[in-house]
Design a protein around this ligand. Structure first.
Ligand code: BGC
Length: 735
């Protein structure tokens, strides 16, 4: 059912006879929904049902509401916001993509000993408007508390409301939600409240988050408080809203008045921000009046890392925070601007990191279902899932490959073949489509390609125009995906395009690799991909590694890779014997580098390493988001090489504990909740003594390569706690 107008409220009364055994409410919307029963909000989910490929899948939440139903008169209702289904999406003026008005689905099952009574969204529901005057994911929310009557109490007079209209949508698309919902995860107190003038303050919450502001105020009826949001401030101390692009990110609350404190937080929006400007307060707010509420999918944390260099620990923390800010129902590019899409390439780059940090199996499993459905509908893997862009009906490397590499990574982490089983058709369809686009030489040389997106040397107005040939990137990633597909197919005992991966490899080598091991273009990304994806023969690896290290040293160890190369470059150096160069890159502080944003006070990973200039102003070349997880993929290397935890078989049955100290670091620790329990390693060097502590979970085996051990000792250990203490002669600084 639906109704036009701002913020529809739906309600109906019902009688419940005594003797109720159990009451279960199922709820969803095309829009975003909050259900209420007898004046009480049902559940603690936020922005439900999240964003899925609504035409094929709409997720339904189930709540046990036995304790809320009373014998006698009851009222069931819901507010529905525009959300993703009806609101503005993106920057191309795409509104009402799925519905022209918010629509609601409720099903309340009242179970008695002898029967079940069902209250569904039927013509007995009425709808009207109330305090929720306007709402939009990007725009923010406007709420007038003077209109906030007790609409979901049984006694409310709804005779002035109209009957809700039935709404036509295939009920076959309803699915039980399996991934953890979006919730209010944490509240942050301000670290400072700074007056700008007699009416406005800037509140600094100390970290860049996805969420919103909650406040408590006492004042006269009719006064309006306005809260605007931004990721950073201008040098003059005002909000710098450019990174929000077209997202107004403005909430407005009009007071009910009456002398009692009023607490408010918007319901149907979220913002990417660290700073809020609050205007219209009676007097000025103080720190105790406001909180930032951090929102994201309520995933279980499974990974931790820290090291002796606080800047590196902070870099890792920033990657974690960017993951939190971008797992708001679906994996997105950024949480602040008029975008927040499920960009496939960003996730492809970040999945190895994501699987270490949080349990993402159900959330990404759900997202992959959408990917397969959108892929089928469009005939290609779209750039974003859910699909929003009208362009690109040919596949795009790294982005489209998410269809193959995300399930492959999930299988590696969780060790369950069912993941590959359910994605196999989608994986195959993607690669078959790519195979049709290869040229006579077997190379991928056509179609829209994002290349090494955001190579720092790419022109500001062309992030795909970096140093590395975009078709070299495409063919290299194709080989990676084709190899994963071949292995997946083998594991499933099936057959699929035998020899395809080898043909791609041969074509790549013919075109881009010299017999001695140089890679065309001699860019860091070109070398990193060739080395890490297995595109070189053993005899070529050393030369390629030396060239890569040379290119990086020549550039002063600055980052010269984008989305495609950054997740690979430190590994490529490490595996070819250039650990010292990898550490020099990691520890460089001048822009562009991994640590530069940290030195600039960043609390999240930026879309580009040089998004903010050393003057503290936004880089005018290209206004970038300050909360993008894609480049945070470097955390994967920190976990495996600095911390030293590496999975060596699917599902962590076996793993390596092999920290590789360097860069003057004196300690590091990595912890991961594997499917079998906790795996952990902590190493430290003090006074010439190395101490290594390890935890190995049940049913697993770890190969321990003791770091800097004078006798280069390796041990195989079983479940339990282990410790090694030994003198070291080499310092970690030598690598
Ligand atoms: C997004 C990216 C994305 C890219 C691809 C951007 O606008 O924020 O992270 O992958 O477009 O073109």
């Amino acid at each position: 059912m639906f109704i036009s107008g701002p913020g529809p409220y739906f309600r109906r009364g019902f009688e419940a006879p005594a003797g109720l055994r159990r009451a279960v409410l199922r709820v969803t919307a095309l829009g975003v929904v909050e259900a209420h029963l007898n004046g009480v909000r049902v559940g603690d989910e936020v922005l439900a049902p999240g964003w899925t490929a609504y035409r094929s899948r709409v997720l339904v939440s189930t709540h046990d509401v036995t304790g809320l139903v009373v014998a006698g008169a009851n009222a069931l209702g819901a507010l529905v916001g525009e959300g993703w289904a009806g609101g503005l999406l993106g920057f191309l003026d795409d509104r009402k993509r799925y519905v022209d008005r918010p629509a609601l689905y409720l099903r309340l099952a009242l179970e008695y000993d002898d029967r079940t009574d069902v209250i569904g969204t039927d013509p007995r529901f009425r709808s009207g408007t109330g305090a929720l005057r306007a709402n939009g994911i990007y725009a923010g929310e406007t709420y007038d508390a003077r209109l906030g009557a007790d609409w979901s109490h049984p006694g409310f007079d709804d005779s002035g409301w109209s009957f809700a209209e039935p709404f036509d949508w295939d009920p076959g698309v309803l699915r039980d939600a399996v991934a953890p919902p979006i919730r209010r995860i944490e509240e942050l107190a301000p670290v400072s409240v700074t007056p700008l003038d007699s009416d406005r303050v800037i509140v600094d919450f100390g970290q860049n988050i996805a969420g919103r502001v909650r406040f408590t105020v006492t004042g006269d009826a009719g006064r309006t408080i306005t809260v605007r949001h931004a990721e950073m401030l201008t040098p003059g101390g005002e909000l710098e809203t450019a990174t929000n692009r077209g997202a107004a990110a403005t909430d407005r609350y009009t007071l009910r008045g009456g002398g009692t404190p009023e607490s408010w937080e918007p319901r149907f929006t979220f913002h990417g921000f660290r700073y809020a400007e609050i205007a219209g307060w009676p007097g000025l707010p103080s720190a105790g009046d406001v909180r930032a509420v951090v929102l994201h999918s309520d995933l279980r944390r499974t990974g931790w890392f820290e090291t002796s260099d606080p800047l590196v620990s902070r870099l890792h923390e920033n990657a974690v925070r960017s993951m939190r800010g971008n797992f708001v129902g679906l994996p997105t590019d950024c949480p602040q601007r008029d975008e927040r899409f499920g960009w496939t390439g960003d996730l492809n780059a970040f999945t190895p990191t994501a699987t270490f940090l949080y349990d993402v199996r159900s959330l990404l499993g759900s997202w992959l279902e959408d990917l397969a459905l959108e892929q089928r509908a469009r005939g290609t893997v779209p750039w974003t899932v859910p699909d929003v862009f009208p362009m690109a009906d040919t596949p795009t490397a790294l982005w489209g490959d998410a269809a193959v590499s995300v399930p492959w990574q999930l299988y590696q982490e969780y060790g369950d073949l069912e993941i590959l089983q359910s994605s196999h058709a989608s994986m195959a369809a993607h690669l078959e489509q790519v195979s049709e686009h290869l040229d006579a030489d077997g190379l991928w040389t056509v179609g829209e390609q994002f290349g090494d997106w955001h190579d720092p040397d790419a022109p500001g107005d062309d992030p795909a125009g970096g140093k590395t040939d975009r078709y070299l990137v495409a063919t290299a990633y194709l080989y990676k995906a084709a190899r994963e597909m071949a292995r997946a197919t083998e594991l499933l005992g099936r057959s699929w395009m035998p020899g395809f991966a080898e043909r791609v490899r041969a074509a790549f080598r013919r075109e881009y690799v010299t017999p001695a091991g140089r890679v065309a273009g001699e860019s860091a990304t070109g070398y990193a991909l060739a080395i890490m994806f297995g595109l070189l023969d053993d005899g070529q690896l050393a030369r390629a590694g030396d060239r890569l290290a040379g290119v990086i040293a020549r550039d002063g160890h600055r980052i010269s890779t984008g989305f495609a190369g950054t997740p690979r470059v430190l590994d490529a150096l490490t595996m070819t014997g250039h650990l010292d160069t990898a550490y020099a890159m990691l520890l460089r502080r001048e822009s562009p580098s991994f640590l530069y944003p940290v030195t600039m006070g960043a609390t999240t990973v930026w879309e580009r390493w040089d998004a903010v200039l050393s003057t503290g102003e936004l880089n005018p070349e290209l206004v970038c988001s300050l909360n993008h997880y894609a480049l945070g993929s470097v955390a994967d290397w920190l976990h495996r090489v600095v911390g030293g935890l590496t999975r060596t078989s699917p599902g962590w049955r076996s793993f390596r504990i092999a920290p590789q100290p360097g860069g003057g670091l004196t300690s590091a620790a990595a912890v991961h909740e594997t499917p079998h329990g906790r795996a952990a390693v902590a190493w430290s060097i003090a006074d010439g003594t190395m101490t290594v502590d390890a935890t190995v979970p049940p049913e697993t085996t770890a190969t321990v390569v003791l770091p800097l051990h004078p006798g280069a000792r390796t041990e195989i250990v079983e479940a339990g706690e282990h410790r090694w203490v030994y003198p070291v002669t080499r310092s970690a600084g030598c690598g």
